[in-house]
Ligand binder design. Structure first.
Ligand code: NAI
Length: 289
């Protein structure tokens, strides 16, 4: 099966690894050459670490790497059976890419988005054949997280839904089919987790380290909310909150926080930029401020 991935950032590169490990031929596309180079180098490092941990051998590393090619022209995805878009969380930009992509791919190609919060119906509306559009939402990091939400839009055909569920299950993921509503399942439940933590911080009730530690030690969470926002990226996480808030007609339960907005504006994106709520060393380890 031939898979085209659009956007080689955090999610696109992870999804490419998942598909290539499952034996698919993957083309990973990005408009930014340095993002492609970074994705290639990161995969090499991840696979080497898996060899050290005895999880794969050298042949497996070569097999996975040889299943991925890195391309800088959207036309290169023309022979895809499935494309998954993982670019910036912006409806207008996604729509533009989707309508261009449709002019290159064949009729049977499924066109999916990894969006966290945008309406699949509105993305599908940019296509001449919207019934081929679906949401396929991986979690970060895609190779480790078991769950994938599959979201049919009202335009999506039954056949495209069934095919998508089968492909993702074949990639050894657990599929949850959800309706096309803001945040789907997990991101909707997660909004108050970040939002309340930010409100507690902004009201001066506790500092963010105390909040994180409390939720980890007592709440049993693997990461506290601030650590997790830094891990996801404050730009991406803020945009998702803003989109969900707007899409639920400004329901105060989902209200975004200025604290995170300012971090995103300043480029303090979290682990990927080396600074967010916390500072990070080169290997991504937290430096407590
Ligand atoms: P990212 O910022 O790490 O990567 C985005 C990539 O898309 C960049 O490499 C950029 O160069 C590329 N790009 C931007 N515009 C493009 C265009 N027009 N054509 C081709 N490439 C383009 O973003 P990330 O975190 O991977 O998010 C991507 C999508 O996945 C978003 O829709 C986001 O909401 C969703 N998502 C993000 C998760 C996360 O934890 N970061 C989790 C699940 C979904």
């Amino acid at each position: 099966m031939k898979i085209g991935i659009i956007g080689s950032g955090t999610m696109g590169s992870g999804i490419a690894q998942v598909a290539a490990t499952a034996g698919c031929k993957v083309k990973l596309f990005d408009t930014n050459q340095s993002a492609l180079d970074k994705a290639k180098a990161a995969l090499d490092k991840i696979l080497s670490r898996l060899i050290e941990k005895d999880r794969i051998d050298g042949d497996e590393k070569i097999r996975i790497q040889s299943n991925i090619s890195y391309v800088d022209d959207l036309k290169d995805l023309s022979d895809s059976d499935l494309t998954i878009e993982a670019i910036v969380e912006n409806l207008d930009i996604k729509k533009k890419v989707f309508s261009e992509l449709e002019t290159y791919v064949s009729e049977h190609c499924i066109i999916a988005s990894n969006t966290s919060s945008l309406s699949i119906a509105s993305i599908a509306a940019s296509l001449k054949r919207p019934e081929r559009c679906i949401g396929i939402h991986f979690f970060n990091p895609a190779p480790l997280m078991q769950l994938v939400e599959v979201i049919p839009a009202i335009q999506t055909s039954k056949e495209v839904l069934e095919k998508s569920v089968k492909i993702i299950s074949d990639w050894k993921k657990i599929v949850a089919v959800a309706k096309d509503t803001p945040g789907f399942i997990v991101n909707r439940v997660a909004r108050p987790f970040y939002g309340e933590a930010l409100r507690i911080y902004e009201e001066g009730i506790a500092d963010f380290i105390t909040i994180d530690e409390s939720l980890k030690t007592l709440g049993g969470f693997k990461m506290g909310p601030f650590e997790l926002m830094d891990f996801i990226g404050n730009d991406v996480n803020y945009t998702v909150t803003e989109t969900v808030f707007t899409a639920f007609y400004f329901d105060p339960r989902y209200k975004p926080a200025f604290t995170q907005k300012r971090l995103a504006e300043a480029g303090y994106l979290g682990r990927k930029s080396g600074k967010g709520y916390y500072n990070y060393d080169k290997s991504g380890g937290i430096i407590i401020p």
